[in-house]
Design a protein around this ligand. Structure first.
Ligand code: NFS
Length: 663
């Protein structure tokens, strides 16, 4: 196998590096090594090598020279816009379908048909019912839940009008969307619309094609994904902070390890419950194990980490590494981001690889199809398969590396955290930004990509942003990345934050990096930005707030959908790796200049970490300037007593006397 990178160039994570040595010892391939052997097709990467259209069978057409067109006459502009739009449609479909499945589970729960599920967060149910215009007065919880679920389900098939959540966006934003003609009518309709308009012989004007992509992405961000977030909160509880752990060291050498991988919280929540049942634990003990240990990967991990405190074995590129430990009795997957290499790799160990979604079967996996009507029984069966497999365990190698994380910063919690129970408010956050204590906000989200060094860009950006007094909010694999390097706990403020941000963190006790959930929970960031705009002092639209969205290690179509809806919502969005539209200067111009003029947000692809950072800070400072806020000046802050606290804590023992004086 041609090795072109050292393990340190493959991942900055020491746990990953250990497992990559193990993979070499066992002569097993991983995405890290396959990315080196598999030279990426140069067509469609960046600006230099042209672009390819596969939308009909007169081609595929490779356009590599200036002025070249496809067999049908399609230009580079049309092809670049069409390819991006199709990726956005696929990403929106995946995220939104997740929302649909949660809605059907809520419906079944409300009708008493979903074993193990019930409405856990009545307050959230009431809030969503109000948003949906569903009466709540003197009605039974399950009646309201049924109406909410049905209304959510109807959003997918709606043909005309606009999605319900659109009216929760800032007024100005709604106007801009109307004016630009991108208000989503129904979730499924917008996905179909993009697939139709990008079929051979349809829409052939780049900006118009991209309008379709925007409308589709908005149907995800202010539709399907928002339904996923809200209805998951109703069913499983709205997150609030708790302590968790991240990295491969969460696997146990003397317990049955079950790794839950994918995206949906539905089955995994039941597995958490089944694995905690005394009979199950006794059964595990009867097989020689000390207990049952659950761990997550990818966004299923985020879902059960922030609600149940189930530790995370890591982010996207850890899925194979977890199997390489030899300590996983079962890996249970649902949907999305599941590498096809997994069942083969599981075969090299005793690990059972179990697929559960009616949508996802993988050759070589054991398929135990999920049915929400008997989910708890199914979860018990799955846990039993894992326990029965424990005696088959061979040699194991678990890196002794974990880090603490405080996940669970939902918009509701941030509101409460800053304002208190009786006056929940974003006022303190807005004030901190207005004074310059917090320079601005950056969302660092999205995937890992084996073409780059795992976690390197996430870690760099989070570290540098904190140093520059930028509050970081996170979701998805980016959130798990930062946690691995110690950024997602309260103490991180003392060590990594600039003087102003540190003062705010000290006052509230919050970490300088807020873990807000899984990728569908990027909608929480939309809600927070909307509330910040509504609070006053930071303009009256999302595009006024000094905020930037970053996906430095993106790889999935879902990430593109998120990027497009964030830009269309008014955010400045920066993606790393490379550009899927770089072949067309015109498409690049539309996604930056045209979108910025029409919608106040833009989406760009930048390959260097330093440039991403510089652009982020420049954007934040420019927004501060247009709001008339004071120029960011770190020297103004940091003298509010925190230096003394640090000094005192550095001593062997802190006494009241030392802190408050002798009298
Ligand atoms: Ni988002 Fe989450 Fe991770 Fe990327 Fe995949 S798990 S939905 S797509 S890789 S962040």
């Amino acid at each position: 196998m041609a090795r072109t990178r050292t393990n340190a160039q493959r991942s900055i994570d020491p746990a990953a590096q250990q497992m990559l040595i193990r993979a070499d010892e066992l002569s097993l391939s991983t995405a890290f090594t396959r990315a080196e052997v598999m030279a990426a097709c140069p067509i469609g990467i960046g600006s230099s090598a042209g672009i390819c259209c596969k939308n009909c069978f007169m081609g595929p057409c490779r356009l590599t020279k200036d002025g070249q067109v496809g067999v049908c006459g399609a230009t580079v502009e049309t092809i670049a816009a069409r390819n991006l739009a199709r990726a956005v449609a696929a990403g929106s479909a995946a995220h939104s379908d997740h929302g649909r499945d949660v809605a059907f589970t809520l419906l079944a729960a409300a009708e008493g048909q979903a074993q193990g599920y019930e409405v856990r967060d009545v307050t959230k149910l009431m809030a969503v019912a109000r948003k949906f215009g569903i009466p709540t007065d003197k009605r039974a919880v399950n009646d309201i839940a049924r109406d909410v679920a049905n209304k959510a389900i109807a959003q997918f098939g709606q043909q005309t009008g606009e999605l319900i959540y659109i009216k929760t966006a800032p007024k100005k934003r709604q106007e801009l969307w109307k004016k630009y003609g991108v208000v989503p009518r129904g979730i499924d309709r917008e996905v179909v619309d993009v697939l139709h308009r990008t079929h051979m012989g349809d829409d052939q004007e780049a900006e118009h094609i991209l309008k379709g992509a925007i409308r589709c992405a908005l149907s995800d961000g202010w539709g399907g994904s928002m339904i996923a977030t809200d209805l998951s909160d109703i069913l499983f509880g709205t997150p609030s902070p708790r302590v968790g752990q991240v990295n491969l060291g969460v696997l146990k050498d003397d317990e049955v390890n079950i790794v839950l991988h994918g995206h949906e919280p539905t089955l995994s929540e039941m597995i958490v419950r089944a694995a905690g049942e005394p009979e199950m634990i006794q059964y595990a003990e009867s097989k020689g194990a000390k207990g049952i240990n659950l761990a997550g990967i990818c966004c299923t991990s985020n879902e059960i980490l922030l609600r149940q405190g189930v530790p995370s074995a890591g982010n996207f590129l850890h899925q194979e590494l977890a199997l390489l430990t030899g300590a996983v009795e079962a890996m249970v997957v649902d949907v999305q981001c599941i590498m096809q290499a997994l069942p083969n790799l599981a075969d090299k160990f005793h690990t059972k690889f179990i697929t559960t979604s009616p949508k996802v079967k993988i050759a070589g996996g054991l398929h135990m199809e999920f049915d929400e009507h008997r989910a708890l029984d199914q979860a018990r069966e799955i846990v039993k398969v894992a326990i029965d497999n424990y005696p088959n365990r061979g040699a194991i190698t678990i890196p002794d590396i974990t880090n603490d994380i405080i996940p669970g910063f939902s918009q509701e919690y941030i509101n409460y955290m800053l304002g208190g129970t009786y006056r929940p408010s974003f006022r303190p956050l807005n004030d901190a930004i207005m004074s310059g204590r917090i320079r601005g906000v950056a969302a660092d989200v999205g995937c890992n990509n084996p073409r780059a060094t795992q976690d390197k860009s996430h870690e760099f950006l989070v570290r540098e942003l904190l140093k520059n007094d930028v509050l970081v909010v996170q979701t998805g694999c980016g959130a798990l990345a930062a946690a691995k390097y110690g950024y997602s706990v309260g103490e991180a403020a003392l060590e990594f934050a600039g003087p102003g941000l540190r003062e705010v963190c000290e006052a509230t006790g919050m970490p300088p990096v807020l873990h807000m959930g899984s990728c569908v929970d990027n909608t929480r960031i939309l809600t927070v930005l909307t509330q910040m705009a509504a609070e006053g002092g930071l303009g009256d639209d999302i595009s006024d707030v000094p905020a930037v969205g970053l996906a430095p290690e993106w790889m999935s179509e879902k990430a593109l959908a998120i990027g497009v809806y964030a830009a269309a919502s008014g955010a400045s969005v920066i993606f790393g790796i490379d550009s899927p539209v770089g072949a067309s200067d015109e498409v690049v111009r539309i996604m930056t200049e045209t979108w910025e003029k029409a919608l106040g947000g833009k989406m760009e692809f930048v390959t260097s970490d330093e440039e991403m950072l510089a652009k982020t800070l420049a954007h934040i400072d420019a927004k501060r300037a247009s709001l008339g806020l004071p120029v960011y000046d770190a020297a103004k802050f940091g003298s509010s007593g925190d230096a003394r606290i640090r000094e005192l804590f550095a001593r062997p023992a802190v006494t009241a006397e030392a802190l408050y004086g002798g009298d």
